[in-house]
Write a protein that binds this ligand. Sequence first.
Ligand SMILES: Nc1ncnc2c1ncn2[C@@H]1O[C@H](COP(=O)(O)OP(=O)(O)OP(=O)(O)O)[C@@H](O)[C@H]1O
Ligand SMILES: Cc1ncc(COP(=O)(O)O)c(N)n1
Length: 264
Amino acid sequence: MSKLPIGLTIAGNDPTGGAGILADMKAMHSREVYGMAVITSLTAQNTLGVQDVFNVPVDFIDKELKSVFDDELPHALKTGMIAEADMMTLVAKYIKKYKIPYVMDPVMIATSGDRLMTDQSMNTLINELIPLADIITPNLHEAEAIAGMKITSEEDIKVALKIMREDMGASNVIIKGGHLEGDAIDYLYDGNDIFTLSANRIDTNQTHGTGCTFSAVLTAELAKKKSVMEAFKTAKAYITDAIQNSPNIGRGNGPVNHFSYKED
Ligand SMILES: Nc1ncnc2c1ncn2[C@@H]1O[C@H](COP(=O)(O)OP(=O)(O)OP(=O)(O)O)[C@@H](O)[C@H]1O
Ligand SMILES: Cc1ncc(COP(=O)(O)O)c(N)n1
């Protein structure tokens, strides 16, 4: 058994490193958490969009998960892109069995607009994954799709937060306000109160991977046994900094990065 906190990500691969498991690894590493990754889908994508997706066969994802869990128990895990319902059912089986803190980022559509989850998987996501989650982290559009309502005001956000916790069973819900107008405000509902963290909106299109990075930092902090509130504050500060440091990679929506380049 390692004393080093370990975080596991179960998600897709983006070969340009902006989103998916590579973004998760970088975020966990910079929070001094050892990262492991079970790959659910290989995407052919870059900052311009998703050119193709190859879903790893479910029986192979099962082998990947078994290899991890048979050897060393991670201290927390997150899920990102899980394209299909049968993959979700498999992942839910492991989360139920091992009962480690679980952050669910309900990845549905990439920044580029490409679909990363089938519509038919929505019921499985709601019925099998959300009830197991310690934290779910939908953006505004994902919150609308999950809660089944339009969100056009802060009152709507509060209703959606409550639906996802009270009716669907997530222990904590964070609705990310990256797609709001004005400041970037995120809302956390823990069953008692709604807490908000706000940052000045950074005027940039270099936000590829913000959701992955944010949920990976939450996972890293839970792996270190931090509270949900502490993890929320750390993730918000981290992502604001990472957007500010976006290195302008690629010709489209470039990725965020934790550090900026300094010439010797
Ligand atoms: N332009 C911005 N300026 C400041 N913070 C931002 C900006 N865009 C996003 N954020 C913050 O980044 C985090 C991720 O939010 P966002 O709503 O973009 O998630 P997402 O849509 O899931 O991300 P992704 O781009 O990976 O799909 C949140 O904390 C949000 O407030
Ligand atoms: C493998 C993978 N996982 C997640 C995302 C979502 O991230 P974004 O919305 O920033 O494109 C993505 N594009 N690719």
